[in-house]
Every structure is written in structure tokens, then in C-alpha cells.
Design a binder for this molecule. Structure first.
Ligand code: DAH
Length: 348
């Protein structure tokens, strides 16, 4: 065996072993076995000194050539294995961008707002404009100008939230109803005719029960003009009831009292669940009470800037929560603002 043969065997073996190195640690082992400090090639080159002098240059060249060849092969294999290791790592935590995403949980319009939108639409169809009125209001607009007597029980601290004001300031409160909108609307538009619908939050200092909340919404509708009659009020209500509760729904007015209307009435709609025959929702009456209404009191018209000799009007107020409760058979008003997602999600 000559050194040349040994080199050829080494070259062959090293090539096979390199092929077999499956990973970086196998490759490191290969390096120390063949080209490391105490590897086969180094050992072989140490034997060069024992060769006859005429063979040394040739064998030396071959040894160097083989070392360069093996080192290059090592670097190529190392690059390949590093890339493979990186690829494996990447594909282990890769994201499949074609997978369908998780849909975000979408909210929806709160039941009260759904009803408010629906009521606004219905009144808009009859030519009513949508208006606003202050939530924090002067006592004057909430009560006095609406013909409430100074000693009316609604003004009691027990019923109304008053705002603490500096000495000598006018009395300020959280509106107890949206009827305050009547004076604002009339003063803004008198002596022109008006048709306005005003939704808004109202507050009453009341015990919270299944039927009453301290805060709730109301709608005020108001029409003022020449020759407006109770027939117009009834027609407006009849249209509203049919659109809100379905064709065939009837309206009934029962005499009542409100300081700001004369005559005043409670408005009932025929029970849409039993068609007036009597059921649990209408408590077997066949009718559901939805709010109050009447012909605008002459004092209120005057306070709003209209001459009651030439102008008349109708007004009414009702609550969207009550409308929703009747429509969906909800028997506890506290669900509306109690913050329970379970309640709210039923009406998506
Ligand atoms: N403001 C009354 C309430 O809160 C409801 C009402 C009754 C409004 C008669 C009106 C009306 O406009 O004419 O109970």
C-alpha cells in the first residue's frame, strides 16, 4: 500500500461518510474524523517525512489537494444541513395563511335602539322630523311651562332628581319625561306648524322593580298647526300601531289626565299576540297600554309662542322599552340596562 493508495481510500471513505452525515452533529464528527487535528488526513500527512525525498513533493501536493477538497465538501455540506435545519424549524411553527380566520365577535344594536330606530322610521313616514331636547333641564321646561302646578307631586324630591346648583340659580333637574321637548320645539318654530318626534333618556327617582327603572327612554311626538284635531291624533296613532305591531292592530283612547294636554288620554293598542281575545301578555284585557297623549293645552301653546285661538296641536309620549317588552314578552325591565350579555344577545 502506497501513501497514494491510502489517500485514494481516504478520499473515497470520506466522501461516503459525508454523504451519510444526516445532521450538524454528524457533520462535526465527520470533520474531526477526517480533517481535524487528529483526523485521518492529518495523521497521514505526518507520515510524509518517512517517504523517499523524490516522492514527497508529489504526495504533499496530493495531500494538500485532498485537504482543500474535503474542506470545500465540508463547507458545502454544512451550508446544506444548516439550511435544512432552518427549514425544519420554520415549517414547525409555520402559519397556514390559507386557513379560515377566527371571526371576531360582532356586537349588534341594542334592543332599545332597534325600537327607537323603528319608531323614528314610522314617524318620519308621516312627515315628523326627529328632534332633541336637553337631558339636564330647567325645572321650567320640564314642569312649569307644561302647566304643572307649583305643588304638583311629580316635582317632589322623591320623584325627581334635582341637580345641586349654587344659591339663587334656577332649579335644574334630570328630565323626567321627553315632554320638555314640546316647549323647545314650539319656541324654535312658532308661529310655523311643527311635526316633531323626540327620543331621549329620562330619569325618575323611583324604586327599581321589574316594571320600573330609574332611567328609561321615551318618545315625545308633537304636532302643532291650524285645524289640528283629535282625529289627526287618532289617525297618527292608528298608522303607528299598524306599522309597529302589524296590520289590523287597533288603537283605543281612554280618558285620562296630564297637566299639559286637554283632553288627555291613555293610548292602548289591541293585543297583537292574541288579537284582542285575551292572553298572558295583555293580562286577558285584549288591550295593551303604550303611553299617554292628548290635545296640547292652551297654556302650553301660549308658553310655546302660539295663539291658542288660531293654533291647536296634539302630543303624546311612550316608552320604547315598554314597546319592546310587549313585543318580545319580556317581563323584567331591568334586563335593558342591567348589563347582562345573555339578555342583550337574544335580540341580535
Ligand atoms: N310625559 C308623560 C309621561 O311621562 C307622557 C305623555 C302624556 C306625553 C301625554 C304627552 C302627552 O305628550 O300628551 O308619562
Amino acid at each position: 500500500m502506497t501513501v497514494i493508495d491510502d489517500l485514494a481510500t481516504l478520499e473515497h471513505e470520506a466522501a461516503e461518510a459525508l454523504e451519510a452525515a444526516a445532521d450538524l452533529s454528524g457533520l462535526a464528527e465527520w470533520k474531526s474524523t477526517y480533517i481535524g487535528k487528529s483526523g485521518s488526513l492529518t495523521r497521514l500527512s505526518r507520515g510524509l517525512g518517512a517517504l523517499p525525498a523524490d516522492q514527497r513533493p508529489e504526495v504533499g501536493r496530493r495531500v494538500n489537494a485532498l485537504r482543500e477538497q474535503l474542506e470545500a465538501a465540508f463547507e458545502a455540506a454544512e451550508a446544506r444541513l444548516k439550511r435544512a435545519a432552518q427549514d425544519a424549524e420554520l415549517s414547525a411553527d409555520c402559519i397556514d395563511v390559507t386557513m379560515p380566520g377566527r371571526p371576531p365577535a360582532l356586537g349588534h344594536i341594542h334592543l332599545t335602539n332597534q325600537v327607537i330606530q323603528q319608531v323614528q322610521e314610522i314617524f318620519a313616514e308621516m312627515g315628523f322630523q326627529i328632534g332633541e331636547s336637553p337631558e339636564v333641564e330647567l325645572d321650567e321646561y320640564n314642569f312649569s311651562l307644561l302647566n304643572f302646578a307649583d305643588d304638583h307631586p311629580a316635582r317632589d324630591m322623591q320623584d325627581t332628581f334635582y341637580v345641586e346648583m349654587p344659591e339663587g340659580s334656577p332649579s335644574v333637574l334630570l328630565r323626567t319625561h321627553t315632554s320638555n321637548a314640546q316647549i323647545h320645539a314650539m319656541r324654535r318654530h312658532a308661529p310655523n306648524p311643527i311635526r316633531v318626534l323626540v327620543p331621549g333618556k329620562c330619569y325618575r327617582n323611583e324604586q327599581v322593580t321589574v316594571r320600573s327603572e330609574m332611567q328609561f327612554f321615551q318618545f315625545e311626538f308633537l304636532a302643532v298647526g291650524r285645524n289640528i284635531t283629535m282625529g289627526d291624533l287618532k289617525g297618527t296613532l292608528a298608522y303607528f300601531a299598524e306599522r309597529m305591531y302589524g296590520p289590523g292592530t287597533k288603537v283605543r283612547l281612554r280618558p285620562s289626565f296630564f297637566p299639559f294636554t286637554e283632553p288627555s288620554a291613555e293610548m292602548d293598542v289591541s293585543c297583537f299576540l292574541c288579537d284582542g281575545k285575551g292572553c298572558r301578555i295583555c293580562k286577558h284585557a285584549g288591550w295593551l297600554e303604550i303611553g299617554g297623549c292628548g290635545m296640547v293645552h292652551p297654556n302650553v301653546l301660549r308658553n310655546g309662542g302660539y295663539d291658542p285661538e288660531h293654533f291647536s296641536g296634539f302630543a303624546g309620549g311612550f316608552g320604547p322599552e315598554r314597546i319592546a317588552m310587549l313585543k318580545y314578552g319580556i317581563d323584567d325591565i331591568r334586563g335593558f340596562y342591567g348589563g347582562s350579555i345573555d339578555f342583550v344577545e337574544q335580540f341580535g
